[in-house]
Write a protein that binds this ligand. Structure first.
Ligand code: ATP
Ligand code: MG
Length: 535
């Protein structure tokens, strides 16, 4: 599948003009959380661009921040990317470049392009100026190369406490681009790193580390999200001043943002920590592991991502678009009858113990299944009202006849209620001539409803996941005030026996949803058959 986007055009030009003969892209997650649908845009785009042009796709853990990172994320991220079907050609860790980065920082010092600053973080911030006012030079800006080198070495060897000194790039305190005003490129952090252990107590900052990582790996096109556009000058400065052999090009694209969904590591972490969701793979989350748990087919995610292309702006995307792709991906799943909220119907004139009705489970009629039928069946509680309310009601009501799909017409004659007045059973009659497949056409039923035989149907737990947030949630409010209190609905449902024997795990539960079989006794909804979007 060819998908055009502006980055593809850039790559095509670079190959045509001979700027590159082999392209290299990368996905550079920070191992500080789980991947979500937004990351899928970056993964799939980087992967597809590399593959479409015969290039290389790297996975690189951007593990330069020891405090927030954890090895468990490294495994989870790899598993998610494998699941997405975007295998990387090579795996790298930014922490493997710490020595090279240190040498490059020394090179900057030697060139008079970096200096050790003793000012505390607050003062550095306060003297950066703002868009209207230039920043003020640090009193330490003109330290000699020798002094800087020995101080930087002392920083590395652990002679100072956290925050006592930093290394800053010496660029331009009056630059209109704030990121060019002598950004901090190294800070002291006495912290244990999950890979380099206690080897280092200074760590490089993103603006210094990222361009070096890209250049070291020979990345040709470094895709990142729009908020880094203002960082491109410092990115280019670092590559140039560090005299890197290869010159990666940073290209920004818009983040994928899902309307009314919680994405973003910070929010997801908050939900996990306060127990709103059990873990990161909760099917209500748009984490990749949550989508996997929910049974979202990978092909649907790819189609969704490609259909949006690579916009240069950030708009909100509705989950409905992904749901459309899931529906089309699952549309040929075998059809079954699943009654979510069963109401018993006793067919008083049905003479025998029951029968087996043979019907196809698919449109091509290649998958046959036997549907048991007897004098007791379950229908959806929703499919019955005492009195037909209007012409649009194409379901059962007292005195009204409907078709039980694949079986017979039945007519509701009376109801049985319990002491609270709740209807617990419908007494109905059927008409033997109306058997499905016969050419009976004397009268039309008031609709077709599905059913499951009460004796041979299989009781299951059926779960429907609803959005975690209330509709049109005001994201400026506290998380707990906008959480949907009813985001998991569990039903004691019944399915026809074929739902256990047909190859799964996906089925179309007729008239309701695409569902997934989790076990012999548990099914859940992947997506409703029709969108509820009122849009
Ligand atoms: P979050 O925004 O969830 O905290 P992050 O940006 O901190 O995520 P990183 O691990 O830094 O996550 O991201 C890895 C890569 O994924 C980066 O190149 C980043 O640009 C990209 N990425 C992150 N979020 C999105 C998104 N919503 N849409 C597209 N790409 C994204
Ligand atoms: Mg980040």
């Amino acid at each position: 599948m060819e998908h055009s986007n502006f980055i593809r055009t850039i790559i095509e030009d670079d190959l045509k003009t001979g700027k590159h003969d082999h392209i290299v892209t990368r996905f550079p997650p920070e191992p500080n959380g789980f991947l979500h649908l937004g990351h899928a845009r970056s993964i799939i785009m980087n992967y597809t661009l590399a593959k479409d042009f015969g290039g290389t796709f790297n996975l690189r853990f951007d593990d330069t921040n020891p405090v927030k990172e954890d090895a468990t994320f490294i495994d989870a991220i790899q598993k998610d990317i494998e699941w997405l079907g975007c295998p990387w050609d090579a795996l790298y860790f930014a922490s493997d470049y710490f020595e090279t980065m240190y040498e490059k920082a020394c090179l900057l010092i030697q060139k008079g392009k970096a200096y050790v600053d003793d000012q505390p973080a607050e003062l550095i911030k306060a003297t950066r100026g703002d868009l209207k006012t230039p920043g003020q030079n640090s009193p330490y800006r003109d330290r000699s190369v020798e002094e800087n080198l020995s101080l930087f070495e002392a920083m590395r060897s652990g002679e100072f406490k956290d925050g006592e000194k930093v290394l800053r790039a010496k660029v331009d305190m009056a630059s209109p681009n704030m990121n060019m005003r002598d950004p901090v490129i190294y800070r002291i952090q006495h912290a244990h790193h999950h890979r380099t252990k206690d080897d280092w107590c200074i760590y490089p900052m993103y603006d210094f580390a990222h361009p070096l990582e890209d250049a070291i790996e020979g990345i040709t096109h470094s895709l990142c999200t729009l908020e880094f556009e203002d960082h491109r000058p410092i990115y280019d400065w670092v590559v140039r001043e560090c005299e890197m052999e290869s010159t990666p090009r940073q290209i920004e694209f818009g983040k994928l943002k899902m309307a009314n969904e919680i994405s973003g590591k910070r929010f997801i972490n908050a939900l996990v920590n306060d127990g709103t969701v059990d873990d990161y793979s909760d099917p209500r989350l748009v984490t990749l592991s949550g989508l996997r748990q929910k049974g979202v087919p990978v092909a649907a995610i790819h189609r969704f991502i490609h259909s949006l292309g690579l916009p240069k702006s950030e708009g909100e995307t509705s989950l409905q678009m992904l749901e459309e792709e899931i529906r089309s991906e699952l549309s040929s799943s075998p059809r079954i009858h699943l009654v979510k909220d069963p109401l018993l119907v006793t067919i008083t004139n049905y003479p025998s113990d029951g029968e087996l009705l043979t019907h196809a489970a698919d449109a091509e009629e290649t998958i046959m299944r036997e549907i048991p039928f007897s004098n007791q069946v379950y229908i959806e509680r929703d499919d019955f009202v005492l009195e037909k309310p209007n012409k649009k009601w194409k379901r059962l009501a007292l005195g009204i006849e409907v078709r039980l799909m694949h079986a017979y017409f039945i007519k509701a004659e009376s109801v049985v209620t319990d002491e609270s007045g709740q209807i617990v059973e419908i007494k109905a009659t059927y008409d033997v001539q109306t058997k499905s497949g016969s050419d009976f056409n004397e009268r039309k039923p008031n609709g077709n409803i599905h059913f499951v035989d009460a004796k041979r149907g299989i009781p299951i737990t059926y779960t429907e996941y609803e959005p975690l947030l209330v509709e049109n949630a005001d994201r400026s409010q506290s998380l707990e005030s906008i959480l949907n209190p009813d985001s998991i609905k569990t039903y004691q449902a019944v399915v026809e026996p074929a739902a256990l024997t047909l190859p799964g795990p996906y089925f179309q539960a007729i008239r309701s949803s695409y569902v997934m079989r989790d076990s012999e006794r548990a099914f859940h909804r992947v997506v409703a058959l029709r969108s509820s979007f009122k849009g």
